[in-house]
Design a binder for this molecule. Structure first.
Ligand code: EPZ
Length: 424
């Protein structure tokens, strides 16, 4: 139960590098199941979720070897088809094995991951899409069980451009008989990255980056080597940190073209945003101006940036309104910010933030990845010391967060809390 101890006041300055995207690499690892043999992924972040996903694949009979920013996955002729609860509940992304397993093995048994701190996280679109492709899907004893001797291509319309449902249906339809059209599909850069890898494996996919994906199923796919797209959420986190601390940070590896909305909002807040060869620079020399936000699927403003920008607005000049349209309960983080002296009111999908000159350090708790990072950033601009507990959430998505912050001039350290003796 590690925690981060943050002393406020430092101005971040220097260069930080960003590695591959958590929200892509986890699906690329699942996609490896679609082909017998060894797939090698590069630009793999050293984060907890990759370790857990590796364990999910090992339990399915794969040989998984981590190297320096790489992971090699050797898939047997017939992998197992059951992903068990104790792993799935640790990372929701493991639901991404559902599509590949039913397509490759004709059967998939995946534990229902359940909801988490940000929402109910339904799977109805995954299920409805697989049923459209000819699978029978039942939910029993806490498991989703999908069966299909061979999936058959069909037209699927998603009620909402769900990232997870788009990915599962993309991977399932790659080995289906005939053509699948996924309409109202998600368009995130991580979806494009998955499409590119599947194409390299031999899949026929059209409409990359659009809301209509067309997949011509093939008999078999082959393993590949693939370089993971950079993590735009991590890159954006460093940009927000630069603005909150009135610093000057160069983010190497981040792609500004994947961050148009958040970088535009930072410019509106008063920051200098400069695209560079292989990255971008963000600098701020005054108190930021509050900015209004509405979260939407890509290319809209990503919900994963919401906690970070909400934190920014708590110390900005003026009042702002934030509207959360993607996850119905992504406000748990607000109570922790209020502990730091922030003035935030929420009502349904909306939060109203009145910016304050300064927050005051206090003990707080991370409830999810982005909220955790947001609390550390708030601690960087709070008076005194902020202790952020349950930072395993941050380790799930941020590689070397403390080390990189310290290299930029922050005063932060990781403390491993002594395990309390069992009082029985
Ligand atoms: C992915 O989650 C990301 N996670 C999330 O990042 C990200 O916030 C989200 O996409 C939106 O961009 C990973 O890629 C591992 P969705 P996912 O399916 O796939 C509802 C982070 O911090 N829905 O697009 O679960 C759902 O409840 C994480 O890195 C259904 O109702 O997101 C949500 O309200 C947090 N039924 C909305 O749609 C379904 O069948 C969007 O979910 C599917 C989704």
């Amino acid at each position: 139960m590690d925690r981060f101890v943050v002393r406020g006041g430092a101005r971040l300055a220097g260069t930080v590098s960003v590695s591959g995207a958590k929200n892509s690499v986890l699906k690329l690892m699942a996609a490896a199941l679609l082909a017998e043999g060894t797939t090698v992924l590069a630009n793999v972040p050293d984060i907890l979720d990759v370790t857990v996903m590796g364990e999910v694949l090992r339990r399915l009979g794969c040989d998984v070897v981590r190297g320096k920013a790489t992971v090699s996955i050797t898939v047997p002729e017939m992998p197992g088809h059951e992903a068990d609860y104790d792993l799935v509940r640790r990372i929701r992304a493991s639901i991404a094995v559902l599509g590949p397993l039913v397509a490759r093995c004709g059967e998939a048994k995946v534990a229902l991951p359940g909801g988490d701190a940000i929402g109910s996280r339904g799977l109805d679109m995954h299920v409805a899409g697989l049923i459209k492709l000819g699978a029978s899907v039942v939910s029993e004893h806490g498991y989703l069980i999908a069966r299909a001797p061979r999936l058959v291509g069909a037209a699927v319309w998603l009620d909402f451009p769900s990232v997870g449902a788009t990915e599962n249906l993309l991977m399932a339809s790659a080995l289906a008989q005939g053509t699948t059209i996924i309409d109202n599909a998600a368009r995130e850069p991580e979806i494009v990255d998955l499409c590119v890898m599947l194409q390299r494996m031999g899949a026929h996919i059209g409409g990359l980056g659009t809301s209509t994906l067309e997949v011509q199923g093939v008999e078999a796919l082959h393993p590949v080597e693939h370089h993971t797209v950079p993590d735009r959420i991590v890159a954006g986190t460093w940009a927000v940190a630069a603005v909150m601390t009135r610093g000057d940070v160069t983010v190497l590896g981040g792609r500004p073209e994947h961050l148009e909305m958040p970088l535009d909002k930072l410019a509106q807040a008063g920051a200098v945003v400069e695209p560079l060869e292989g990255g971008f620079r963000v600098a701020m020399d005054r108190r930021p101006t509050a900015v209004d936000l509405v979260t939407l699927p890509y290319p809209g403003f990503a919900t994963d940036f919401q906690p970070l920008f909400l934190g920014l607005n708590t110390v900005a000049e003026g009042t702002s309104m934030i509207t959360e349209n993607v996850f119905e309960s992504r406000w748990m983080f607000v109570n922790e910010l209020v502990r730091l002296g922030a003035d935030v009111r929420t009502d349904g999908h909306h939060a109203v933030v009145r910016g304050r000159e300064q927050l005051s350090g206090a003990p707080v708790t991370a409830h999810d990845i982005r909220a955790g990072a947001g609390l550390v950033l708030a601690g960087l601009v709070a008076d005194g010391v902020t202790e952020v507990a349950d930072v395993h959430h941050i380790d799930r998505g941020y590689e070397g967060f403390v080390e990189k912050l310290v290299a930029l001039g922050a005063v932060v350290r990781r403390e491993t809390a002594p395990v309390e003796p069992w009082l029985g």
